[in-house]
Design a binder for this molecule. Sequence first.
Ligand SMILES: Nc1ncnc2c1ncn2[C@@H]1O[C@H](COP(=O)(O)OP(=O)(O)O)[C@@H](O)[C@H]1O
Ligand SMILES: [Mg+2]
Length: 169
Amino acid sequence: MDTIIRMEHVSKSYQLGLKSIQALKDLDFTAERGEFVAIMGRSGSGKSTFLKIAGTLEDADEGKVWIGEKEIQTLSMQERCKMRQGSIGFVFQKYQLLPEYTIWDNVCMPLYIAHQNPDRDYIQQILERAGLWERRMDYPEELSGGEQQRVAIARAMAAKPEIILADVN
Ligand SMILES: Nc1ncnc2c1ncn2[C@@H]1O[C@H](COP(=O)(O)OP(=O)(O)O)[C@@H](O)[C@H]1O
Ligand SMILES: [Mg+2]
């Protein structure tokens, strides 16, 4: 099998004043290339924390994380950033759209940041699939919550990443 995400013995705690909250405890996980994985659990069970670590947005306190062949801890900040831009699309729980940019620019933003030219035909295709092509010159606040979420999904797909991490709740 072709493993794309692997975690071994991952733990993560958050410090809240004097209190320590353990979000993940000794977690093992693998996902194969092309696999579709859904993670379910009650609110506060660590789903968002898991996705942030898988997306290299946060570090685990303990354990190891591989994206493809690369172990995250061995990468420099720069290498990690490059890997994230090329390989990972993230749909944030609260969408995190940029209010001062149009839908089109929001979707293309990961490419602008990586100094890449958008594949305009492909961006049109994903906006059409999301039912948002006619709304491309509108602004996030003019869209419904569900439409905003679809913009966030389209944005996660814009750079054609190998991995899409979607934090839906
Ligand atoms: N930045 C943070 N600071 C303090 N505690 C946090 C932080 N992020 C998450 N937590 C805590 O970690 C636990 C898991 O949170 P989270 O991963 O967001 O759960 P889920 O996404 O499954 O609802 C929760 O108890 C939450 O309060
Ligand atoms: Mg969450």
